[in-house]
Design a protein around this ligand. Structure first.
Ligand code: MN
Length: 404
């Protein structure tokens, strides 16, 4: 038997699919969450008898075991047992110290790896699996999704594959995918899946649109965050909201039911794992999370609840346009007006009767200041026209009653 314990996300399940293709009926694949793995492996190791010791091949992919399990596996291998841990996470690199550990974060060309890409390479190298175009294609899509390389290459097929993965059960996903990988030049979605994916995309788009109207701006420790409540599509939301509101340092996505907060940023100057760390969580620089404790509740729920959502830029303007040569007008929820204008090469922000703020090196910097400090958004054309009329009126009244 080829016993595989692997992660229950797309990358981990792709490893399971490769095992089924390589070993057929002899593959026994178990999908695990990060927190569930050690218990499952422990139980398996406890149940190990002499026959299993001789016949079983133990594999762990896309996840790592704890120290206790590692010791037991090491003992098992030193007594002639067969085991292998194949992973691509930085945090698992120490498994390379064992003869049975294969952990690589990137390949020889510097391309980020995924568990599936390493497993594919391994199975082909050991002559358990024959390479073909569909497999190459499928494994590369999984790799791009898992490493977010798809976002750089704008490879939406990789994103679609992950969407499909979450739309059906793991068993159905396997049943659909396995036959398609046995031959062929590339991996393709069938018509039904194509339709499902289009519907899902529309749904996500509408969901994100709604969240754009709900997002609330808060500030703490000199960082500006956007707060939204959402149970699903965290990656999509973090990405889209981050791009829509670039003046925000990060996006905090709250799931009250699960008492969890996800933090996302699109900026290089912010490390959201540090923000999550303040509340006992962690993760990566661009994506992190924590459990909602009292402190987090105060900042992201209590504080935010008092505030209105971010005012959105007017989108149908013909006259009042960003970066317009004659300046452009912004308005906040208190209906204060602000003008961003250019003087020479530099930008300034004027607020009625006050000293203008600036200089700013770019329009984006001026707008960032305005949105962060005053919560202002591009004013609608009607407001702009009214503003221009009031200026003309002021000039006329200054000239006195004799002029016209
Ligand atoms: Mn992975």
């Amino acid at each position: 038997m080829y016993r595989l314990f692997t992660h229950n996300d797309l990358d981990g399940v792709a490893c399971g699919i490769l095992f089924r293709l390589a070993f057929g009926e002899k593959a026994d694949v178990r999908y695990n969450s990060v927190s569930g793995l050690n218990y499952q492996v422990e139980r398996y190791l406890e149940s190990m008898n002499d026959r299993m010791k001789k016949e079983d091949y133990l594999y762990i992919t896309d996840l790592s075991v704890n120290q206790e399990n590692a010791e037991i596996i090491n003992q098992f291998v030193s007594e002639g047992g067969n085991a292998k841990l194949i992973d691509h996470h930085k945090t698992a690199l120490h498994f390379n110290d064992y003869t049975w550990g294969v952990v690589k974060v990137e390949d020889d060309r510097g391309v980020l790896t995924s568990a599936a890409s390493l497993v594919y390479e391994y199975l082909v190298h050991e002559n358990h699996l024959q390479k073909n175009g569909s497999l190459d294609d499928f494994v590369e899509l999984v790799r791009q999704y898992d490493t977010w390389d798809w976002d750089i290459h704008k490879n939406y097929r990789a994103k679609n594959l992950n969407d499909l993965f979450y739309m059906v059960s793991i068993e159905e996903f396997e049943e659909r995918i396995v036959p398609r990988l046995q031959s062929g030049d590339c991996f393709e979605f069938d018509d039904f899946e194509q339709k499902l994916l289009e519907m899902e995309e529309d749904k996500i788009e509408r969901y994100i649109k709604r969240k754009k109207r709900e997002i609330i701006q808060i500030s703490s420790d000199a960082l500006f965050g956007g707060v939204v409540h959402a149970e699903s599509y965290h990656s999509e939301l973090g990405n889209e909201l981050g791009k829509e509101f670039p003046h925000l340092d990060y996006i905090a996505i709250l799931n009250l039911g699960g008492r969890k907060i996800s933090f996302r940023t699109v900026h290089d100057h912010v490390d959201v794992s540090a923000i999550a760390g303040e509340f006992g969580g962690g993760g990566h620089a661009k994506a992190a999370g924590c459990t909602m404790n009292g402190e987090a509740y105060k900042r992201y729920i209590d504080q935010a609840f008092q505030l209105d959502p971010i005012k959105q830029d007017a989108t149908r303007n013909v006259y009042n346009l960003k970066e317009s040569r004659d300046g452009c007008l912004y308005e906040n929820r208190d209906r204060d007006l602000f003008l961003i204008y250019k003087d020479g090469k530099r930008y300034f922000v004027s607020m009625d009767n006050k000293e203008p703020s600036g200089p700013f090196e770019s329009f984006a910097m001026a707008e960032r200041f305005l949105k962060r400090e005053f919560g202002a958004a591009l004013a609608r054309d009607e407001i702009y026209v009214g503003y221009l009329e009031s200026i003309v009126h002021q000039i006329k009244s200054k000239r006195g009653p004799t002029s016209n």
